[in-house]
Design a protein around this ligand. Sequence first.
Ligand SMILES: Cc1cc2nc3c(=O)[nH]c(=O)nc-3n(C[C@H](O)[C@H](O)[C@H](O)COP(=O)(O)O)c2cc1C
Ligand SMILES: [Mn+2]
Length: 499
Amino acid sequence: MAIARDLREWIALLEREGELVRVTAEVDPHLEVTEIVDRTVKAGGPALLFENCKGAQHPLLINQFGTERRMCLAFGVERLDDLGAQLGEIFELQPPEGFAAKVRGLKTLKSIADARPKVVKRGVCQEVVLTGDDVDLGHLPVQTAWPDDGGPFITLPAVITRDPRTGQRNVGMYRMQVLGQRSTAMHWQIHKDGRADHLFTEGRMEVAVALGLDPVSAYSASAPLPKHIDELMVAGFLRGEPVELVRGVTVDLEVPANAEIVLEGYIDQGDLTDEGPFGDHTGFYTPTERFPVFHVTAITMRKDAIYPSIVVGKPPQEDAWLGKATERIFLPAVRLTVPEIVDYDLPAAGAFHNLAIVSIRKAFPGHARKVMHAIWGLGMLSLTKGIVIVDEHVDVHDYGQVMFYVGANVDPKRDVMITEGPLDHLDHAPTLQFFGGKIGVDATAKGPLEGTRDWPPEIEMSEEIRQLVDSRWDEYGLGTVVPAPAGRIRQSSRRLLRR
Ligand SMILES: Cc1cc2nc3c(=O)[nH]c(=O)nc-3n(C[C@H](O)[C@H](O)[C@H](O)COP(=O)(O)O)c2cc1C
Ligand SMILES: [Mn+2]
């Protein structure tokens, strides 16, 4: 499946697939767009291109990622699960045996070699160059999303910085509150790479912000990669084609050549502003906090540039699908360090850091706790507040099934672990910001070595009778009203724990 190479190709693809509606009526980016989008997202509706935004000179694209189907179109895959396979191939690369395996291995190596961004001379993102007094963020249809928001916020940016120690690039998605014609706040949270780059920089730091990228590059800015890994390299790998970059006009940074809009500028050490409040993906307003000021020295654009936005708020919102992509893409990486993990699910309703459901191949007493500790030590997953561990046969994406095992398999005194550690920047529940309690629930089957009485077998119909009923179904005259029994619950890990 073809992957869109820039935002225009992406919009054309969405239109061909019946996944985009153009709205010509004048709408107000102040609150009105949010209400339209909130209803559209929750109904599984299309991407929206608002062509006539009150007070602005540019159209606004929103809800481009708002369904599983669009997410698959963005990445050129049939199912989101296929996303993990691409990275999985790299992690599982073994010295090949036989010709076919060698060819496959070479292909994988080539796709890694081709992933690095490529610097080119010219890019459409610089068709229009505005500097000095011509810079005016007021021309963009920046949304004020919720009634108590502190102002308009740029919500879908790819913020490009450089680590002064290594010269390595970082790209992060950090919202930017518009403060005036030529300045914004930069909301990089305490655990993020852009903030670390800033802390290591003395004096002035150059920053570039790309808006309106091809969907894979835009996604990559939100991917929780280890600091030394360039998000645009991963984008190139996932696209199967390197991201092209051009040199900035007023900054010594490279920016994606295909961007609709680029903001170039700088942040001075110690130059802070009040940021917020902001109706956040937690479903609550995050209060005002001090964050750095970003001064814009140039806006470069494509002709007739399209401005991208996203609404976050009470889940589910569009960002739920960016999160699901991350969940699927990173499963092989998680398994690389914790191979007994079969699958995991971060429910959108848990705002991603509140709850992780993890299925494991349990092999020894206390195994569930080992996996909890591993997750609390793993990249951004370390911020997870609650973890539920289930046996490998449980479908972690079926929350009813998970609740069944949490209810049935758990002795709260024995199987619940309360501990503490770092928490998400935005979590308002803990007594202290950034640090507080964690809960782990072991909902696996237990054995005598874990101090239980005899564990009863789970109810299952015999295969013989299932087949009999299958073969006689038509005779009963029930048609298809009665659904086939849900997936068979396979043997649980309790056998392993029995001596
Ligand atoms: C729509 C959206 C908005 C986000 N806004 C912020 C934000 O304002 N501040 C922040 O630190 N992270 C935000 N994130 C999460 C970061 O983009 C994510 O943690 C990413 O990994 C950061 O890049 P980094 O790991 O290079 O720092 C947002 C994510 C999404 C999908
Ligand atoms: Mn990063």
